[in-house]
Design a protein around this ligand. Structure first.
Ligand SMILES: Cc1cc2nc3c(=O)[nH]c(=O)nc-3n(C[C@H](O)[C@H](O)[C@H](O)COP(=O)(O)OP(=O)(O)OC[C@H]3O[C@@H](n4cnc5c(N)ncnc54)[C@H](O)[C@@H]3O)c2cc1C
Length: 324
């Protein structure tokens, strides 16, 4: 039996979210006295997979087929289940991101497994129980769920456990699994920008309707560039096309958990908070001291964004210059 990490690939590399999943699986496997194994689908450099040993995986089963380079939840679920069965998977862990949200329930249904979506902690595995904490009601509460099926599926909230890098090299085992025909045809791939994708970003600078118009986003982009951050926005902003929809975070947009979320001129409506409140550190800049976002903030600046953001940018540049 084994504990499995689903390893996401992109451009032949391992995606950042998978380092956290590998670390989580390694710790879970230790608790359960089982081997920690990764399963990777699609093209990848062998060295990139071997490097997962530093995150605690003993072995990576690699279905190295270019037909798996485009994500297709149905196809991935089928191939993954076959690979997982070959290593007697007892627990399968995904990141609770786009692909994980699509895959985990499909895999759970195929393997007749109980699923906890959006886990926040390592499972409690004492005795016969397997219990996992997760957030509930748009991060307003916690639930502890017991999975009673022989196979268990968990999707892990990004940034809830963290990546823990040590030393080691994983062995890579090629698995020859027939890939079923894709249910979608990819005709064209368009890279939206050469910037850091929002879901992978450690730092995010986000802005809302208080900026009054798309022409005022220059200072937000400058701040993001200086910090090496991705940009995001509230729904009010993407609904009126000031910013593209793929930047919209919240209940009906993307859920993110960066290390730092800077919210500029965003009120902090509950639907917005639902997508960002698990960020490690939240900084709010708002001219209204009563703005609800301040209640969720670690640091708050009451002030006009058009005054504060340029000053913040200058201060960061000065700090960098003095450090060099
Ligand atoms: C079913 C449903 C789902 C939703 N899903 C989402 C979602 O996923 N994501 C989301 O974001 N919203 C969502 N919403 C909308 C949400 O309720 C809010 O309307 C929206 O988040 C408001 O966006 P905002 O904070 O940018 O704008 P506003 O509410 O207009 O707030 C603007 C803020 O900027 C401040 N401000 C103004 N000028 C300045 C200045 N010069 N300097 C500093 N601060 C300034 C104001 O004090 C205010 O706090 C949803 C709503 C519903 C009903």
């Amino acid at each position: 039996m084994s504990v499995i990490a689903f390893i996401e690939l992109g451009n032949n590399k391992v995606k950042k979210s998978s380092f956290e999943v590998a670390s989580y699986v390694s710790a879970t496997a230790k608790k359960m006295g089982l081997p920690a194994i990764g399963i990777a689908l699609g093209s990848a450099d062998a060295a990139a997979l071997e490097a997962l040993g530093a995150y605690g995986l003993e072995k990576v089963v690699h279905v190295n087929d270019a037909a798996l380079d485009n994500f297709d939840a149905k196809v991935f679920a089928q191939v993954l289940c076959e690979a997982a069965t070959s290593v007697e998977a007892q627990v399968l862990v995904f990141s609770h991101n786009y692909s994980g949200k699509g895959l985990a329930p499909r895999v759970a249904a195929r393997m007749k497994a109980g699923l906890v979506a959006g886990a926040t902690d390592l499972p409690e595995t004492d005795g016969k129980q397997f219990m996992v904490n997760k957030t509930a009601f748009s991060n307003k509460g916690f639930a502890k769920i017991a999975i009673n099926t022989p196979v268990k599926v968990v999707s892990l909230s990004p940034n809830s456990y963290g990546s823990h890098k040590g030393e080691g090299t994983a062995s890579v085992e090629a698995a020859a699994i027939a890939v079923p025909a894709a249910s979608v045809t990819v005709k064209e791939k368009v890279q939206l920008s050469d910037k850091i994708p929002l879901t992978e970003a450690d730092l995010v600078v986000s802005a809302g309707r208080g900026l009054r118009g798309p022409e005022n986003w220059g200072m937000i982009e400058d701040l993001a560039d200086e910090l090496g951050a991705a940009t995001a926005c509230s729904r009010a902003v993407s609904d009126v096309d000031w910013r593209p929809h793929h930047e919209h975070v919240g209940q009906t947009g993307i859920t993110i958990s960066p290390n730092l979320y800077i919210a500029v001129a965003i009120s902090g409506a509950i639907q917005h908070l639902a997508g960002v409140s698990s960020s490690k550190t939240i900084v709010v800049i708002n001219k209204d001291p009563e703005a609800p976002f301040f209640k969720a903030a670690d640091y708050g600046i009451v002030g006009d964004a058009f005054d504060v953001v340029p000053k913040l940018l200058t201060a960061i540049k000065d700090l960098r210059a003095s450090a060099n």
